[in-house]
Design a binder for this molecule. Structure first.
Ligand code: FES
Length: 107
């Protein structure tokens, strides 16, 4: 919402009036956002349940910090729980996406 990652499950609809909302469907029209491509390249999801939120948090992180450290990633992603434990692949994919964006792969 307005460029910040928020949890839709705890965000009342009444609080979003007039604000810019981007969901995973709006991240890119064809799945070509660097974070989406990195997720595929690193085969990140297991069951997939958590990954809409994981990807949106990762995209928000990279919009603010184009070269995050592992600690930056851990802090930014700490609110996203993955019951399947894909955290290492998530971190690797965020680094990959940052590299893609640095090479001009940003849409
Ligand atoms: Fe299953 Fe994250 S991939 S909860």
């Amino acid at each position: 919402m307005n460029g910040q990652a928020v949890r839709s499950c705890v965000t009342p609809v009444s609080s979003v009036a007039g604000k810019e909302i981007v969901t995973i469907e709006g991240l890119s029209p064809d799945g070509s956002h660097p974070v989406q491509r990195a997720w595929i390249a690193d085969d990140v999801p297991q069951c997939g349940y958590c990954h809409s939120g994981q990807i949106m948090s990762a995209a928000a992180l990279l919009a603010e910090n184009q070269k995050p450290t592992d600690a930056d990633i851990d802090e930014a992603m700490s609110g996203n729980i993955c019951r399947c434990g894909t955290y290492q692949r998530i971190r690797r994919a965020i680094h990959r996406a940052a590299g893609m964006m640095a090479e001009g792969g940003k849409k």
